[in-house]
Design a protein around this ligand. Structure first.
Ligand code: AMP
Length: 383
């Protein structure tokens, strides 16, 4: 079995590392020889002709998947006419356009923040009058890691946001005053079997994921069931195959969907050591037509992204329960260079281990406070 992956970043790298023990050979379509995945698996290099590259990848693969959403759905469809693609191209199309995605979710009866499409300055004024301030103006396409969006608090922000984002199709969204940001990673196989990982809590700073606590603390079982119900509706409607990440806002006993990622996701990296089967292995299993593995968590974990520069490896590896993943990428401000997952059998031990890790990784972000771990060292409760 040969799996072709469109993209050569860290997600493709971790997919390849999970595929090898299953006897699944991987080929990644990389932009450059120094791409993260190119260092651990065989690579095809982009030639500048995207359609021809996708055709070459498909021709040499039994099944095709992708690690990012920055690709043309028409090219993918036509290149893979005779090969299975997972996740389905329809999911890719929805995730590329915030407006289509929100309408799709609303059509399934899944709550999202109130939104209004915006194409002109006049429409922006009307949308602001409808939703009120504060609200968030986002580009429909191409935004990620907090890019392509602007928080509007007053009229000055409205003008500034329009001067920065205007001219492109936009959507204005009501600002949600959430209690916390959660995400659910779900996997569906080719015969329709669905498994969900436990909800996790995500801490973003400036729109970039910094830390994931897995499972999220004290989740009401009703909220877990609600998230799984949304997940089943979404993957069922799309006849989905592979891993899907659903980003959520928890507001009291309400759960709103923020966005979907039709791929393995940064908030699922903890599953490599923290769950019985990682999201990467389950994605490979699903798209290759193999049975899914258990999504149960072992104990409790925190995943910390390592951005910009890598802290000393020795210091990180000296932390009990810590697992380091470096992506073999060159340093650049804000770039995701690796992650550290700290695992423990219970919360108290996790808090002690994290105390150690955050002294090295935190860099003034205040993750301990943001993860609300302060009381945990005294807590006697288990996971
Ligand atoms: P996004 O690119 O939509 O994932 O947004 C990046 C981050 O901005 C989210 O993880 C939230 O922290 C914040 N954010 C986005 N949309 C909203 C919203 N409607 N209300 C409150 N916060 C938001």
């Amino acid at each position: 079995m040969k799996l072709g992956i469109v993209g050569g970043g860290q997600l493709a790298r971790m997919l390849a590392l999970a595929a090898h023990p299953l006897g699944v050979r991987v080929q990644a379509l990389c932009a450059r020889p120094e791409d993260s995945a190119g260092r651990v698996t065989s690579a095809l290099f982009e030639s500048g002709d995207r359609l021809r590259d996708l055709r070459s990848l498909a021709a040499e693969s039994d099944v095709v998947t992708y690690e990012h959403e920055n690709l043309d759905p028409h090219d993918l469809r036509s290149a893979c006419e005779s090969k299975p693609i997972g996740p389905p191209v329809r999911a890719l199309e929805l995730s590329q356009d915030r407006l289509l995605e929100k309408r799709f979710l609303r059509g399934l009866g899944i709550p999202v923040a109130a939104f209004v499409p915006v194409e002109s300055r006049e429409e922006l004024e009307c949308a602001v009058a409808m939703l009120g301030l504060p609200s968030i103006l986002k580009t429909r396409r191409g935004g990620y890691d907090g890019r392509g969006q602007h928080l509007l608090r007053d009229d000055f922000d409205v003008s500034l946001a329009w001067s920065r984002l205007g001219g492109r199709p936009l959507v204005l969204e009501q600002l949600v005053s959430f209690d916390r940001e959660l995400s659910l990673v779900v996997v569906r196989d080719r015969v329709g079997e669905v498994r969900c990982y436990p909800l996790v809590e995500n801490v973003h700073v400036d729109g970039i994921l910094r830390a994931t606590l897995a499972p999220a603390a004290d989740v009401d079982p009703r909220i877990q069931r609600l998230a799984e119900d949304y997940a089943r509706r979404i993957v069922g409607a799309l006849d989905y195959v592979g891993v899907l990440a659903i980003e959520l806002f928890e507001c009291g006993d309400e759960l709103l969907v923020n966005e979907l990622a039709p791929r393995v996701h940064n908030s699922g990296h903890w599953t490599i050591e923290g769950a019985e089967t990682s999201q990467f292995e389950n994605h490979v299993r699903a798209v290759c037509g193999l049975p899914l593995g258990s999504t149960r968590a072992h104990g409790t974990s925190v995943m910390l992204n390592l951005l910009g520069t890598l802290p000393p490896r020795d210091a990180l590896l000296a932390i009990p329960g810590a697992h380091l993943h470096v992506y073999d990428k060159s340093e650049a401000p804000g770039r995701k260079l690796g992650h550290l997952t700290v695992c423990a059998p219970d919360r108290r031990t996790l808090a002690e281990r994290l105390d150690h890790a955050l002294r090295i990784v935190d860099r003034g972000v205040g993750l301990q406070r943001r993860l609300k771990l302060d009381g945990w060292t005294r807590s006697t409760s288990s996971v």
